[in-house]
Design a protein around this ligand. Structure first.
Ligand code: 3NM
Length: 209
């Protein structure tokens, strides 16, 4: 898959003054280079409408669009990939359905990360690094140790997720993350583009050494 470093996921409760596509456009303008549509509440029609709007937006900017959970929706809007949790359909089954689209898997332990890599995931999420209010069924925080372990042992791209904020991003990067993912810190911000630029600055500082 195309290289990426700042992964922005849509939130549902965080941008009372803004439209979904406006927030995500701001995120892209600030440097988010992959977008995930994650929607646990809308009905099918509303979800389809939002996914279509995000597809149009991401195409315009040449940014990959990943759909959380809903494999058929990903096919319907011709998204670039899907993201699955541990409890969702198996990677083998998902691969059969989506062919060569991107498949990302959430992992919370090294065994899950190794299994996802072996089964052909294109990338994994590693987290939650910190406690998060955003994912209601998130497991207990796995901390920076998990990021260190994944960066040592996993060869496919991984993205650190869960409670990642501008004030703690440096230590996540220091632990070995070269890609960050955030929901609330981006979509909950008054200035989503500024938040993304600040994340990118931190990643670039590390890249420059
Ligand atoms: N997945 P925020 S944590 C969607 O650990 C999601 O797999 C996680 O939101 C995982 O940046 C999480 O607001 C929520 O903490 C991330």
């Amino acid at each position: 898959m195309k290289e990426f470093r700042l992964y922005a996921i849509t939130g549902e409760n965080f941008h009372p003054r803004r439209e979904l596509t406006e927030v995500m456009e701001q995120a892209i303008l600030g440097g988010a280079d992959i977008i995930q549509f994650r929607d646990k509440h809308s009905g099918p029609e509303e979800r389809l409408a939002k996914a279509r709007a995000l597809r149009e937006l991401t195409r315009r900017y040449g940014v990959p669009l990943i759909i959380n959970d809903h494999v058929q929706l990903a096919l319907e809007v011709d998204a670039d990939g899907i993201h699955l949790g541990q409890g969702d359909l198996s990677l083998t089954e998902a691969r059969r359905i989506v062919g060569n689209k991107i498949i990302g898997i959430s992992t919370h332990a090294i065994e899950e990360a190794l299994a996802a890599q072996k089964q052909g995931a294109d990338y994994i999420g590693a987290g939650p690094v910190y406690a998060t209010q955003t994912k209601l069924d998130a497991v207990a925080p796995v901390g920076l140790d998990y990021i260190r372990e994944v960066s040592r042992r996993i060869r496919i791209p991984f993205v650190a997720i869960g409670g990642i904020k501008l004030h703690n991003a440096d230590e996540v990067i220091e632990a070995g993350a070269t890609r960050l993912c955030a929901i609330s810190e981006i979509v909950g911000s008054e200035d989503p583009a500024g938040a993304c630029r600040a994340f990118i600055d931190k990643l670039e500082q590390k890249e420059r050494g």
